[in-house]
Design a protein around this ligand. Sequence first.
Ligand code: SF4
Length: 629
Amino acid sequence: MSRTVSIDPILLSKVSKPARYVGGEWNSVVKSHDDVKLTVAYCFPDVYEVAMSHLGLRILYALLNERDDVAAERVYAPWPDMEEVMRQKGYPLFSLETKTPVADFDMVGFTLQYEMSFTNILNMLDLAGIPLFSKDRGEDMPLVAAGGPCAYNAEPLADYVDVFFLGESEESTQLTADTIIAWKEQGKPGGKKGLLKQLAQQQGNYVPAFYDAQYDEQGNFLGLVPTEAEAKEHIEKCVVADMEHAFFPTKPLVPNIDIVHNRAVLELFRGCSRGCRFCQAGMLYRPVREKSPQRLVQLAKEIVANSGYDEISLMSLSSADYSCLPELVDMLLDEFKDQKVSVSLPSLRVDSFSVDIAKKVQQVRKSGLTFAPEAGTQRLRDVINKGVTEENLLKACENAFQNGWSTVKLYFMMGLPTETDEDLAGIADLAYKVLNLYRTVTKKNNGRVTVSVSSFVPKSHTAFQWFGQLPVEEIQRKQAYLKSLIRDKHISYHYHDAKTGYLEATFARGDRRMGQVLYEAWKLGCKFDGWTELFDYDKWMEAFAKAGVDPDYFAARQRDVNEPLPWDHLSNGASKAFLQREWQKAVGGELTHDCRHLSCTGCGVCPNLGVEIIDRKEGAGRGKTAFSC
Ligand code: SF4
């Protein structure tokens, strides 16, 4: 008989947003643990409103719950007020569906979306009563797993996680569930280590305890050495070759309170082949694989019928790149014209085509248009391989202003490789050009331009993985310089905290030694580090000092292209030689074309993983699979 946690409603009424902790959402799945062979707690290390908006977790939750022999439940990070209540009263972390203590599940899986949520993972394990370090966890404790983009540099979490899953898990999750169920039914041969040995042999699985990290006398990372026969030298990601028939949940969870993205979601395709050199997602999710518009409309009909949502968001890394977008939008608008269901596009390309689509769906107009030129000058846009020109941007804005938009948001990055103050001045110039264009086109003075600038963070598996993060003081100087150039009250300027970006870089390029820093920071009370109001940089610096780790070594150091990297054994299919070529081309300001529309640019993902680009519109050729809408 499984245990459950019963929280006193009076106590719950004293915390902010109690609905975060009660479950019972429409389409949530409640199963008795006594009726299944495997129980999985999917944990998202952030607050309910962020966690509920995440598509990946929703897919895996629904996928496993389709099976009669598995119960998958959700666990989100309690906000500090709820944590305080739980610690005071001795409530362990529990699942939303059956209020089962997390420690009672067979497997506890974390999704790793953002380095700044790592302390929440430790905090959630602790609240669950699960020993933080995998070496301290007994046979009675759940298997602790993790996946998601940050798993591609798993080393900072290597001491805490039993097994990492690399890549897209729709197919491998089923295999993992089968393996665990069979292991249980056979009487758990070899104990947890026996299970990990089996899992380590499956594609995409990385068991960090099966490797020793080696360093030279100066403390430089030399590489990982497998210590078990089952541990592979290189772990390749899992990839779903056929997105058309891949599982997609048509009974989405509908929250009881408002969440970050509270609408139905249609995933148009996976991957992005534009090749922006800073973008980790662009590299990790290659190649582009589209769904057909017919399949998408079918999914949309089922989702709307099962959820009651009146808005469908067309989601992907760059939704405006979907090759059949105009046809799809027409089909959706036609399908739902009597039901008042709207269609929204969260990301737009910097071109007039995007504005035409936005005009069609109209809803975007309410919130203004967003474009991401990323850099202020053509020189720097070429370095990052952004592939858009000032002319593209101004044409798109002109089109938008002629069609009634008066608000444009422009996204940029600061601290990119080779950036100078001239490039920053280019950001201000661009903002003024857009504003003046509005005044010229509309003869009005009520236009608004928002300039939003984040700090560039070098990420693993990108062409910029060798580049050092700029010091916090230098980013702050650049932020102040750009601020001094923006003096029109119709232009607003927002920038991200330089200290958060710096810390993110220490983890993004960290090795196993970052694990101790993480532990010290958590002991000092760090959590929800992605939340400005809770982020405490000084505590983090104290944690680095206590762990005896120099943050600059990981974040700021320019790395040699030939030095061993802590994530060399974790592969998304792309070759290091390709990234090195891209790094050289970046420094020379040389562009690399989009492999989806022209020839293959040789990243290696397709041949290495046996997959192909699937484009629903382009003509056949170049070895890619193409369909006509
Ligand atoms: S292997 Fe070639 S076609 Fe495939 S994603 Fe890489 S560059 Fe594009």
